[in-house]
Design a protein around this ligand. Structure first.
Ligand code: SAM
Length: 287
């Protein structure tokens, strides 16, 4: 499909991550892997020319697809019409700005919903954090992204290759790397390999903490200087007292020399709960 469009003089926009899927088998596999029990609807991000959309339309009762590039809407609708697909609603908008709560209330009332996407890779983290943190009641998120990013998203805690986002993923979901996809499955052919990842959303977050935002601030502060000892990073970037940090680390049984990737979510939740009062005190003191 994308090949035809390109023959007709349509040039994909690199700036919008437009590498279109031309491998039908991969599109079908992603659509089938996106299913969840009692789910009849799917939010698709970046339908492009509709390679994945068509397969999603076969598997789900209703598809709502949000595409940023207004120049793609007409060819996308034409491709859906040509395939006699009538269960897809296309919205021209930016997934990072669309009011998702209103969209869900309007389009998906009473339906079990999942998300599926061949993501524009340049916004993978922002989109995922937005979806994971949302209260949309999504049951699962299945996305294709860059292979290295997929490994990071699925990294087990306390292993190498972790990033701050790996904690966000594991706070809200159980991630699973499904399969790799070679560059030849796209047009234009990208220089990178891709992978499909599924996030099974948890009903309750995986750990309890008084202030999850503060916990994520600590995680981000740690990974902002990942080669440094966490205790030093927290002291420098959050203005927390080093002596107090040493006491709290000892109370929680965390080695004071630890680097951020040596902690898990329970450790960070513990730190957040014990340090919140001190941090609020600092904030109040104008630090
Ligand atoms: N789903 C199609 C496929 O598999 O062939 C296209 C995937 S392409 C990797 C990413 C798509 O996301 C492009 O169509 C691009 O225009 C769209 N896109 C980029 N940024 C977006 C945003 N902020 N909101 C919605 N769509 C976006």
């Amino acid at each position: 499909m994308a090949i035809n469009e390109m023959k007709r003089g349509m040039f994909p926009k690199k700036s919008l991550g437009q590498n279109f899927l031309v491998n039908k088998g991969v599109a079908r596999k992603i659509a089938e892997c996106s299913l969840a029990p009692n789910c009849s609807a799917v939010l698709e991000i970046g339908p492009g020319l509709g390679a994945l959309t068509l397969e999603l339309a076969r598997v789900f009762k209703k598809v709502v697809a949000v595409e940023l590039d207004s120049g793609l809407i007409e060819p996308l609708l034409a491709n859906l019409n040509a395939a006699a697909v009538s269960n897809v609603t296309v919205i021209n908008g930016d997934i990072l700005k669309v009011d998702l709560e209103s969209l869900f209330a309007k389009e998906f009332a009473g339906m079990g919903v999942v998300c599926a996407s061949n993501l524009p890779y340049y916004i993978t983290s922002c989109v995922l954090v937005r979806l994971l943190e949302s209260n949309l009641g999504l049951m699962a998120i299945t996305v294709m992204t860059q292979k290295e990013m997929a490994f990071r998203l699925c990294a087990e805690l306390k292993t190498k290759g972790l990033g701050a986002i790996s904690f966000c993923v594991r706070y809200y979901s159980v991630p699973k790397l499904l399969f790799l996809v070679s560059p030849g499955s796209f047009r234009p052919v990208p220089k990178i390999e891709s992978a499909v990842v599924r996030f099974e959303m948890l009903i309750e977050p995986s750990v309890g903490t008084v202030d999850k935002q503060f916990m994520f601030d600590l995680i981000r502060a740690g990974f902002g200087q990942r080669r440094k000892m966490l205790l030093n990073s927290l002291s420098h970037s959050m203005g927390l007292d080093k002596r107090k940090l040493e006491i709290v680390f000892a109370e929680l049984g965390i080695n004071r020399l630890s680097r951020p990737e040596q902690l898990d979510l329970v450790d960070f939740a513990g730190l957040a709960d014990k340090l919140l009062g001190d941090f609020e005190g600092k904030e109040g003191a104008g630090l």
